[in-house]
Design a protein around this ligand. Structure first.
Ligand SMILES: [Zn+2]
Length: 283
């Protein structure tokens, strides 16, 4: 039986362009999205559309990482980050905004943005099929598609009012291309202090590269200028299980064996959360 499109995916089809020929719009047909040249992309029964076909450039987050992230984000521990993201987007958005979340993960942040903007719609892109299952049901107005952010986006020029990029890889030229001239890019990234106490106890966790901030600005400068930056920083009390989820949900999880984790008594009882959120204007 053909898979039905979710209402959110139906409402997002006008944004999409065939990722193979990069010219044609896509139309629904028989459980897939199709382009007039005959390219076809299956809609998964979980609700996302698989636009990333063939060999994947990156594997994306695996199931244990995604489960850890869902558990941890559900505790509300990062809610201040979500509120700041939603406010920065709301300040920039018009009433019927289209938000593209590049590297949407489980859809946590785009869902928070949609809660704040009752008439907006969102489309999340991510390589992780497991994360997309969650993203596709994160919000009634959020659609999800598999895509690798490093490749040219399967989206029409100037189709987004806001591009969201939270703890995710970046493609500045494509962010610029898909944004309307009046749009905004919102980027959230960790500072060197983020989770420092946890990193002290779990040496295999990847440190934040001190040159990262400079690299970000150099990469974005040809396309964007920063409009406003907010620092979100607070002490977060942390239980043993939450600390384990926090380690497991970050990219460092690939380098950390569960056996390498200290027992709960050696994990920090609180950590510093420290991120920067910047809204950029297109040049
Ligand atoms: Zn095509």
């Amino acid at each position: 039986m053909p898979v039905l499109l979710t209402p959110a995916l139906e409402r997002s089809i006008d944004l999409l362009r065939c990722p193979t020929c990069r010219a044609h719009p896509l139309r629904p047909g028989n459980g897939a999205l199709r382009c007039p040249a005959g390219h076809s992309f299956d809609v998964a029964r979980h609700g996302y559309v698989g636009l990333l076909t063939g060999t994947r450039a990156t594997s994306g987050d695996d199931a244990p990482m995604v489960r850890a992230r869902e558990r941890f984000l559900a505790t509300g521990a990062f809610a201040p980050i979500g509120r700041t993201v939603a406010r920065l987007v709301a300040d920039a958005a018009c009433e019927r905004s289209t938000v593209v979340d590049a590297g949407c993960g489980t859809g946590h942040y785009m869902s928070g943005v949609l809660d704040r903007l009752p008439h907006a719609r969102a489309l999340g892109l991510d390589t992780s099929v497991r994360a997309l299952r969650s993203a596709a049901r994160a919000h009634a107005r959020a659609a999800a598609a598999s895509w690798d952010v490093f490749r040219p986006f399967p989206l029409a020029d100037g189709s987004a009012d806001v591009v969201l990029n939270v703890f995710a890889p970046r493609n500045p030229a494509e962010f610029r291309r898909v944004l309307r001239p009046s749009g905004r890019l919102v980027v959230v990234r960790p500072t060197g202090r983020h989770l420092a106490e946890l990193r002290d106890r779990v040496p295999a966790m990847v440190a934040v590269d001190p040159a990262k901030e400079q690299r970000l600005h150099r990469a974005l400068a040809p396309f964007f200028e920063p409009a406003v930056t907010e620092r979100v920083e607070y002490a977060l009390p942390l239980s043993g299980p939450d600390a384990r989820d926090l380690v497991a949900m970050t990219p460092s999880a690939r380098h950390v064996d569960r056996a390498d984790l200290p027992d709960d008594t050696l994990l920090p009882g609180r950590v510093t959360v420290s991120v920067l959120a910047t809204a950029y204007l297109p040049r």
